[in-house]
Design a protein around this ligand. Sequence first.
Ligand code: PBG
Length: 336
Amino acid sequence: MTDNANLRRPRRLRLSPALRSLVRETELAPSDFIYPLFVRHGRDIAQPIASMPGIFQWSVDRLEAEARDIAALGIPAVILFGIPASKDPVGLENFAADGIVQQAIRAVKAAAPELVVITDVCLCEYTDHGHCGILNRGEHAHPALPADHVLNEPTLDVLARVAVSHAEAGADIVAPSGMMDGMVAAIRTALDAASYEHLPILSYAVKYASAFYGPFREAAESPPSFGDRKSHQMDPANRREALREAALDVQEGADILMVKPALPYLDVLHALRLAHPEMPLAAYNVSGEYSMLKAAAANGWVQEQNVILEALTGIKRAGADMILTYHAKEAARWLI
Ligand code: PBG
């Protein structure tokens, strides 16, 4: 019975709202979100970040109520960024037992034990030069390399100490973000040696040298004092390179892979989803992406709730299992 007359004209599904939910491919929920928190020394501080309306730097005492709020919204995890009391060439507070992040981990765990606490493991917020590693200066300087060269191996030693120190303070996941060669393996080895074999590593495996980090550098007070991060962060023009970076981190023992930023790199996220079907994938909807939508919404140029939920749905549809986003709290309120 292949009589053409019996073939029906091709047509789309036209469904009622209730039936539409049956064929919906992507469902956004508060349980998809990881909320970034900035922490600083002092008491009773909620310091607004001008370029990120609605986002604050918190003192540790104010974190407890904030952590309970986040957990009550059904958001399962936070990622902590610390602003140290003072900066130096190595970033000593980064691995101090009473460092700002170590204090914050303990405060969040005490206030909301069910919240997963992730820590960013990098040097840039702690070094006086604002770079993500140890520079080629001082007594061990290599004469053949320029003074602003980031030394990979000495940086790995510091990153390993930072990760162990976060684990000792009670972190649930460590997230190295500096794109140093071998950082995942170095951190894995150090955690295992300190009996934190169970502690997962979320690797910022694919991190672009992006202009969308601008507002974060105000929030974390971490702009490089000179130069940029193009020697170790990726060229926005490259996608195949992202697959190579991801494969290296999987080999080194990463448990979760991340792509950062999110919205301009959805093709990269999708490529990773296909290349590593077995891996959990995170996307970082970064500060500049947040500020753009908030600014447009504040001007009445877009409908705030609709654009934000659409952007987050797009990130999930492209392949993210979890989204680090400054929108987490407002989006969770809209979704529940
Ligand atoms: C590095 C780090 C950065 C961000 C997260 N971790 C800054 C950078 O790479 O320059 C940026 C996140 C954002 O823009 O929201 N510690």
